[in-house]
Design a protein around this ligand. Structure first.
Ligand code: PMP
Length: 350
């Protein structure tokens, strides 16, 4: 081994859902939205004058921040934009979790959190979920350098009510509490209404799931103007232009089409609830999902076996070889036609 090789950074990265070019692929493994984005996004892209691309984008993303501020009834300086919510979260870890105390997150949660901790050398502790995968707010009552968890949680699909979030906020007033609301539009419980009450609360959302824009990479944080300005300062210390001009314009068009957004979310929720019933009829235990995916375990057949058999038919779902959840499948809700193909294959496998 050469000496410089010893100095290379060794890190176990986050592993995203597998991709494939198979024409008959049913892709239910990355919690993507099966419907296209708002028709306004399509119209905007068709009219886009590419000569504008010679200019740098608006580093402050004023139009999109303004549209989001109107949508959430906040002020523009309470909105921070990033290149997908992964970018926003990575910046938030740098902005808010720079303490010697461990940050806290559930033992079963978004697997990117420990990766950022290791990249950024942030100490962390995993807080155990209860046996039924619900969050115990009392488990967060210990010294910490910050708290983060998704609501609804992933991959469990379970959400908590505002009372639980408020309980955790009340007991953690000396640190920043980040609620990752990647899947919140498929639930009934966003904590945006708590922003006026808790100035240590940061909410992170994404346009990848409910707005069908995973390919454009648009995420944002909603918080106090003071915290947003710290996120801006950290962002501007490594890249002023995380958001490209096409993403900024398309994101604005999407936020301004509320009717389409509500319609597609409602369709996914209806398909989700119907699919949960079908899974139960096939012998699965299904957690009551508040997301665009289902987390399920079969009473007899091992999850890994079902995962592999589905994959052989070009039906991709997600399987995590990880303690406590290694007999579960995470199944993204697709269109009704995709779910029909999934259930036909599943019926044959079982
Ligand atoms: N948070 C959670 C809980 C997620 O599951 C995901 C999707 N992998 C993200 C954040 C990141 O989504 P994006 O970067 O596409 O906005």
């Amino acid at each position: 081994m050469k000496l410089w090789q010893e100095k290379l950074r060794k890190i176990d990265p986050y592993v995203p859902g597998e991709q494939s070019d198979a024409p008959d692929l049913v892709k239910l493994n990355a919690n993507e939205n099966p419907y296209p984005p708002s028709p306004r996004v399509q119209a905007l892209l068709q009219q886009t004058d590419t000569s504008g691309l010679r200019l740098y984008p608006d580093a402050n993303g004023r139009n999109l921040r303004g549209a989001l501020a109107r949508h959430f009834r906040l002020s523009t300086d309470q909105v921070f934009l990033g290149n997908g919510s992964d970018d926003v979260l990575a910046l938030a870890f740098q902005a808010f979790f720079a303490s010697d105390q461990p940050i806290l997150f559930p033992d079963i949660t978004y697997s990117f959190y420990p990766v950022w901790c290791s990249l950024l050398r942030v100490p962390f502790e995993r807080v155990p979920l209860r046996d039924d995968f619900t969050i115990d707010p009392r488990a967060f009552d210990r010294p910490n350098g910050g708290v983060i968890f998704p609501n609804p949680n992933a991959p469990t699909s379970l959400g908590v009510g505002l009372d639980v979030i408020e309980d955790i906020l009340r007991h953690n007033q000396d640190c920043i509490v980040i609620i990752d609301e990647a899947y919140v539009d498929f639930s009934t419980c966003s904590c945006v209404s708590l922003l006026g009450k808790y100035d240590n609360l940061v909410i992170v959302q994404t346009m990848s799931k409910s707005r069908s824009l995973a390919g454009l990479r648009i995420g944002y944080a909603l918080c106090s103007a003071e915290l947003a300005s710290v996120l801006e300062a950290v962002k501007n210390s490594y890249n002023s232009y995380t958001m490209d001009s096409i993403a900024l314009a398309c994101g604005t068009a999407s936020v301004e089409d509320d009717a389409y957004f509500r319609e597609t979310c409602a369709k996914i929720i209806a398909t989700r609830d119907r699919s949960a019933g079908q899974l139960r009829a096939l012998g699965f235990t299904v957690l009551p999902s508040q997301t665009n995916f289902l987390f399920a375990t079969h009473q007899r057949r091992p999850a890994e076996e079902i995962f592999t058999a589905l994959k052989a038919q070009n039906i991709f779902v997600r399987y995590f070889r990880q303690p406590k959840i290694d007999n579960y499948l995470r199944i993204t809700v697709g269109t009704d036609a995709e779910m029909n193909r999934f259930f036909t294959a599943l019926g044959q496998i079982l």
